[in-house]
Design a protein around this ligand. Sequence first.
Ligand code: PLP
Length: 412
Amino acid sequence: MAESRAINFGAGPCALPHSVLEEASKSLLNFNGTGIGIAEISHRSKEFGQVISEFESLIREQLQVPSTHVVLFSQGGGTGQFSSIVLNLLARHRLLYPSLSPEERYLDYVVTGSWSKSAADEAKRLGGGNVKVVVDSRESSKDGKSFDNIPTHDKYEFSKNPAVVYYCENETVQGVQFDVDPSSSTSFPYHLLPKDDPDLTSPLIPLVADYSSSFMSRPIPRLADHAVIFAGAQKNIGPAGLTVMIVRKDCIVDVDAAAKLGAAPVPKILSYKTLYDGKNVPNTPATISLYISKLVLQDMKEKGGLQYFGELSKIKAKKVYDALKRGEDKGGVFEGKIKEGNGRSLMNVVFGINGEGAEARFLEGAERRGLKGLKGHRSVGGIRVSLYNALSEKDADTLVQYMDEFVEAEQA
Ligand code: PLP
């Protein structure tokens, strides 16, 4: 089975570990000796309950989630969280500060790419607060209109006492990512977050991070300082259909009590309290996605966990960026979209190919070699190489060899 498979560099849904898929395919017919397939088993069965609790433990253990935070699951993807966050955190803000007007309830958005922009747009659409784009990286871009950098720390100015401070850790479409090294100018500026206001009662910053395309690829810096971290499963950990949220307990609020004070009513299934009270099964969850994601996390743990995958990501990305540089230096065949030092992503390497018909030639040649999923996002074009956990160093080497050969052929 493994021999006939392509190398899938797609941005998600994307490659998953072969061994996991083999085990999952057996479980499709008979899960854990129950005689019932994993797609057929009740989400309330003892056996499935075990899957859920193991999945949660694997996340908690590998990311070292503190007891101040809970791990929640839902459907609705990252896009669902764009709405849930606004509704739940505005409800929290309402309970803390009942008398503020919507104009005085700030939702601070750090916009560094398409996904954080979409999240800010959704917050504006939902209303109930004053959405402030605290940074828009297009303003510090080379051409004044591209998301091609992580802004330096002097660019951020957060509101006092905001309801939300939002950022996207890795922008999948453009390939920009915050650095984990706090001394780097492209790390998230945690030190600039609004300080406690002695006149107000909440000491906890409502920091929200979209980790959809970098979740479980390396340890999360300052995890405990986040109010909500969320990720769709369909990049590093499993099939689409499952969303994981790590939520600080003070953000699990009684949304109905907030609505009585004037906050927007929150659809029951979007309320973090519903998920928490229902022990992550208030309704039918994405059973297959949960099961396969659990297998992936087990596999990760066996291979060395986040330290191992963090190092592997750096190695794979360096190889691809080096090949990109060689292609840039040799007659400008390639053209990286994000310059070194500007927050280049370890997960998604985005570049253009110069020359009439060259991009199509690159993609056709890749296809012939079984290298798939390389076409860039429709909004930015070019090539996108997604290097999620399931891809090995050897997979990256195969691509790099092809990139070098392509450059030579274009030059001939
Ligand atoms: N955020 C990021 C960083 C993403 O990459 C994506 C999807 O690719 C989303 C949010 C939206 O996720 P979903 O398609 O699960 O709604």
